[in-house]
Ligand binder design. Structure first.
Ligand SMILES: *Cc1c(COP(=O)(O)O)cnc(C)c1O
Length: 336
């Protein structure tokens, strides 16, 4: 795979740790549970978008951009990481936030990632739910060009073949860590949304014939649609890497049974997962992605889908800053 041919801004604090979770493992009584700490990628409270942005921002630089445009939901972790890296690289940043949940909570609309977007210096526009966000970004780019600026559009979640290269890097990093620790891994589980994370992981594992299964836990779309979008992006990513045909359709697996009422809408399983990880491992998940991803993993352990003696790695994709936008969902917390 010709990974090193792509320009890359080195910004991730990596390799991120791969840690055993003794108390979660004991509490669930099933497989040995490990966590890959991509919540600790470093930049601006971290998360999975930082790895994608290493390649996307290098591409923006190559195109001599002076302004980054991107979009996401109100509490977008992607938007927040993009503004932070733009600030560090001395670029302006335009963020379009879609009101995807309809939440009226003051902390949802102002705290967490939204506060940080402003702190890192973004120009933030809030748009109603259902807005054609790609059209809105294209329109804004035309306006900026007319003013002599050089905008570069990053798609929602940073999910295109260039962004997915960041998770090809992570796949190689994981293979190294599994070899170093002598760990035979039965599955890597993580929350999947705009598809770039899973597409990059699958392209990386399949492109190197590592035979490590990946399971995405969906946070928005239904299973068929989610698997199709991950597969299509993984195929394009493999082509970009010079290994066309490396990705088989059946290497792309998503379970979308844990979305609940919709994207960004809290579920009892998410609240339980976030609380368990905080109280058993001292690790903060997020309410929109990793909380639902872990809710899925917990349920699959309880149902015996993953068994005692197996080794399962949860890829922690970050986002805990969004907890401050979701305090209402945790209103009933009791002390241990
Ligand atoms: C964006 C995001 C994801 C999903 O990653 P995709 O590449 O969009 O599928 C998972 N977890 C967190 C915390 C995220 O911000």
């Amino acid at each position: 795979m010709k990974l090193t041919r792509f320009p890359r801004v080195r910004i991730t604090h990596g390799p991120t740790p791969l840690e055993f979770m003794p108390r979660m493992t004991e509490a669930l009584g099933g497989p040995n549970l490990y966590v890959k700490r991509d919540d600790c990628t470093g930049l601006g409270t971290g998360g999975n978008k930082t790895r994608k942005l290493e390649f996307l921002m290098a591409d923006a630089q190559r195109n001599q951009a002076d302004t980054i445009i991107t979009q996401g939901a109100t509490q977008s972790n992607h938007a927040r990481q993009t503004v932070a890296i733009a600030a560090r690289m001395g670029m302006k940043c335009e963020i379009l936030l879609e009101d995807r949940t309809g939440s009226k909570a003051e902390n949802y609309k102002r705290s967490g990632n939204v506060f940080l977007d402003h702190l890192y210096g973004a120009n933030v526009q809030e748009l109603p739910g259902g807005t054609d966000m790609n059209a809105a970004m294209a329109h804004l780019a035309e306006e900026l060009k007319a003013k002599g600026r050089k905008p570069y559009i990053i798609p929602g979640g940073g999910s295109n073949p260039i962004g997915a290269l960041g998770y090809v890097v992570c796949a190689l990093e994981l293979v190294d860590q599994f070899n170093d620790q002598g760990l035979a891994v039965d599955c890597v589980v993580h929350a999947t949304g705009s598809a770039g994370t899973q597409a990059g992981l699958v392209a990386g594992f399949e492109g190197t014939r590592s035979q490590i299964p990946v399971l995405g836990i969906g946070v928005r779309a239904a299973q068929e649609a989610q698997e199709t979008s991950v597969y299509n992006l993984a195929v394009k990513t493999a082509e970009l890497l010079g290994v066309p045909g490396a990705v088989a359709r059946d290497s792309v697996k998503a379970n979308c049974d844990y979305v609940g009422g919709g994207y960004g809408v809290p579920t009892p399983g998410m609240v339980e997962a976030v609380t368990m990880m905080a109280r058993l491992e001292g690790i903060l998940l997020d309410p929109v992605y990793s909380g639902k991803g872990m809710a899925g993993l917990i349920d699959l352990c309880r149902k015996g889908h993953f068994k005692k003696g197996q080794n399962v790695v949860f890829l922690h994709t970050g986002g805990a800053v969004a907890l401050y936008g979701y305090m209402d969902a945790f209103a009933g917390l009791k002390p241990l």
